[in-house]
Design a protein around this ligand. Structure first.
Ligand code: NAD
Length: 330
């Protein structure tokens, strides 16, 4: 049994805590939050100890692994402290607010030599993984176009937006990672446009809520990622990998499979209400992969390096929005 502590028991930290608590290979030793009431709430559900002072997590020798699920502007500091304390780490995405601070953290963590996994949980979605397998088998031939979409359902609170690093580092970063993983290829150039079309307050905070990123890959393949913070019809996520021999698609998914045929119409169930509902299972699968890698002593994947590469694409795309120019990556 691997003894784990979760740091940050807000939305996603409490999801992770529940998944760790029900995993047969783990014991959820403690949950920690700057707001002890949040920690207590998650502790009551999971049976873990609630902790308000993070130093108690890093100095507790029984704790072998920590999961960092605090706001993005705290990740770099906690990554370094957890690595110094010799803990294995699962860190939520993104590594940091920008590439420079992320790279510094990665160098410090590398020097400590502890295993680290980045929270790119979408790699563990069954449909996305099936696209990866089809592409790797050569089913689509030579990749020519990759199209990724992430829309909705509603913008996060402005307090979250302000410490998120912006839409491309917060939301689209999952899709930068999926792009590299699906294609086994690296971007060489990005061009991005963005706007605050959903909520002017997001624009006032210096961010965008609607964006389109075009990417040229080293192989010559072309990619487009569109992201929106709002979709009036639920959460819309899909992937297409188009190549010389065909197309692999992870299609938008409905919350249920009912189709009603009446007269000249077919009425089908709509999409999942939110991104969480669409990809909920992948969070458990990601934790499972992390714990199994610790058990076997194999390097966790997605790695810290994957996190850094996605962070670089996010930074370059953000720069492109600001300058209005295409930006080289790498
Ligand atoms: N992989 C995913 O799909 C996914 C989904 C959501 C969020 N995230 C990432 O997880 C992180 C948290 O997001 P969230 O939506 O759960 O945010 P949240 O605001 O709901 O939760 C953050 C929690 O951290 C606590 N906290 C704040 N500062 C702290 C500190 N210095 N020390 C200890 N606790 C502190 C807060 O009290 C809060 O309970 C973000 O980095 C976000 O990008 C990833």
């Amino acid at each position: 049994m691997i003894k784990v502590a979760v740091i940050g028991t807000g939305f996603i930290g409490s999801v992770h805590a529940k998944n760790i608590a029900r995993h047969p290979g783990a014991e959820l030793e403690a949950v920690c939050d700057a707001n002890i009431e949040f920690a207590k709430k998650t502790a009551a559900i999971t049976g873990a100890k609630a902790v308000g002072d993070i130093a108690q997590i890093f100095t507790n020798k029984d704790i072998q692994a920590v999961l960092i699920a605090t706001p993005t502007d705290t990740h770099v500091n906690y990554l370094k402290r957890a690595a110094d304390a010799g803990k294995a780490i699962y860190c939520e995405k993104p590594i940091g607010l920008n590439y420079e601070e992320a790279e510094q953290a990665v160098n410090a963590v590398r020097a400590a030599g502890v295993p680290v996994m980045l929270g790119f949980n979408r790699r563990f979605d069954a449909s996305h993984a099936a696209v990866k397998e089809a592409v790797a088998r050569g089913d689509v031939g030579k990749i020519e176009i990759v199209q990724l979409t992430s829309r909705g359902p509603k913008p996060p609170p402005i307090s979250y937006v302000k410490v998120s690093g912006g839409q491309l580092r917060d939301q689209t970063i999952h899709f930068f990672d999926l792009l590299r993983w699906l294609t086994n290829d690296e971007p060489v150039e990005v061009y991005a446009i963005g706007a605050a079309l959903v909520d002017p307050a997001i624009g006032e905070a210096g961010d965008v809520d609607t964006s389109i990123v075009s990417i040229r890959m080293a192989s010559g393949a072309l990619c487009q990622i569109d992201s929106s913070r709002r979709a009036a019809y639920g959460y819309d996520e899909r992937i297409e990998v188009f190549g010389s021999e065909g197309l692999a698609e992870s299609a938008r998914q409905s919350f249920r499979g009912l189709s009603l045929y009446r007269g000249s119409q077919i009425i089908k169930d709509g999409l999942h209400a939110g991104w969480f509902e669409r990809i909920e299972q992948s969070y458990y699968e990601a934790i499972d992969a992390f714990l199994k890698s610790l058990e076997k002593g194999t390097p966790p994947s997605p790695s810290l390096e994957d996190g850094l590469k996605a962070q670089l694409i996010a930074d370059k795309a953000t720069e492109s929005i600001k300058t209005g120019r295409a930006v080289k990556v790498g």
